[in-house]
Design a protein around this ligand. Structure first.
Ligand SMILES: C[S@@+](CC[C@H](N)C(=O)[O-])C[C@H]1O[C@@H](n2cnc3c(N)ncnc32)[C@H](O)[C@@H]1O
Length: 211
């Protein structure tokens, strides 16, 4: 077992790298997601957060400064490294929650609490496996909640599955962004469709609604 003191320099180095990367222009999200925005989310999930939970850290540090981030990973060692990483920052460690589990084992009681769910590129190594994960999320997320899925285009599809609008049943696709610089991933932003029957129509979220 590795003691925390032994890996401290590594964790510190990673934090410095995070800091540098987070200042890259092309990683800055739209002003719409900043804490000051009237519909900014308070409770988000990142599925497949991995040992270097860059997206959660950047959003929590620079944009959603009071939001709580629930980070899911099936791999205990990934979560353990991630927890040590955020433990260096008291604010982040209070707002980062870790769940070591297969996302396919979550239910709607759990997933409908999140206003936004990010799905990492490699949760589902092949397209059909990833579509099954998206279907599971669609059945269990709250109506109106936002799903952000990493995708890829062209030669960038070699390492990552391509997720087109046809893979997002149960969602309304709001935006597809294909990076054209050194960032490899494309991003698809979609809203969980409301169920127009039943009594839960008003229990969903109203994130990124038309203004
Ligand atoms: C490439 S890594 C980290 C992703 C990266 N931080 C990102 O921004 O895309 C993907 C992670 O997903 C996790 N993962 C894969 N399948 C999963 C599942 N079914 N449920 C939860 N986590 C999963 C893996 O253990 C791995 O740590």
């Amino acid at each position: 077992m590795v003691c925390v003191r032994e890996i401290d320099p590594l964790v510190r180095k990673i934090c410095e790298l995070h800091d540098k990367i987070s200042k890259l222009e092309n990683l800055s999200p739209s002003k719409e997601v900043d804490s000051s925005s009237r519909s900014s989310p308070n409770r988000l999930a990142f599925v497949g957060s991995g040992p270097l939970l860059l997206t959660s850290i950047i959003l929590a540090t620079y944009h959603l400064k009071s939001a709580i981030f629930h980070n899911y990973d099936i791999d205990r060692s990934a979560n353990s490294v991630a927890e040590k990483l955020v433990s260096l920052n008291p604010d982040l460690s209070e707002r980062m929650v870790f769940h070591t589990k297969d996302i396919m084992g979550t239910n709607s009681d759990e997933l409908r609490q999140y206003e936004v769910v990010f799905l990492a590129a490699l949760v589902g190594m092949e397209s059909d496996e990833k579509v099954r994960v998206i279907e599971h999320l669609s059945v269990n997320m709250a109506d109106g909640a936002i799903l952000v899925v990493r995708s890829a285009k062209g030669a960038r599809a070699f390492p990552y599955p391509v997720m087109g609008p046809d893979c997002l049943r149960g969602y309304e696709v709001l935006s597809v962004y294909h990076a054209t610089d050194d960032v490899i991933n494309s991003v698809v932003v979609a809203r969980k469709c409301r169920e127009f029957s039943g009594e839960n129509i008003n229990q969903g979220f109203d994130i990124l609604s038309a203004r």
